[in-house]
Design a protein. Structure first.
Length: 107
């Protein structure tokens, strides 16, 4: 009961920004980009993350169905989908950091 009250209190104090800031890129050296461009990039990144999470879930379903039917091809397909989705998630999540590093090397 105590934990539930703490969670409700934290949720009441925080705004939607605390949730959406988790997927928004850190702009650092690209701080001069316009507000609309930042919103568009954030929406595209969020859409890519949702797509890749969905793809990972579909891959997990392929693994489960392949194991139940003793179909190694289906299982391998699912493993490939999960691995590529997680790699894509890592790439999208670290994109702003990678751009910052590349920009820093250019200077």
């Amino acid at each position: 009961m105590q934990v539930t009250q703490q969670v409700v209190q934290l949720a009441a104090e925080g705004g939607i920004g605390s949730i959406t800031d988790g997927i928004a890129p850190s702009w650092d050296v690209f701080g001069e980009v316009g507000t609309k461009a930042k919103i568009i990039v954030g929406v595209v990144m969020a859409g890519a993350i949702l797509f890749l999470l969905g793809s990972a879930i579909v891959g997990a379903v392929h693994i489960r169905v392949g194991n139940q039917q003793h179909n190694t091809m289906e299982t391998k397909k699912g493993q490939t989908m999960v691995a590529s989705s997680l790699l894509g998630l890592f790439a999208v999540a670290s994109m702003s950091t990678l751009f910052g590093i590349v920009y820093g090397f250019g200077i």
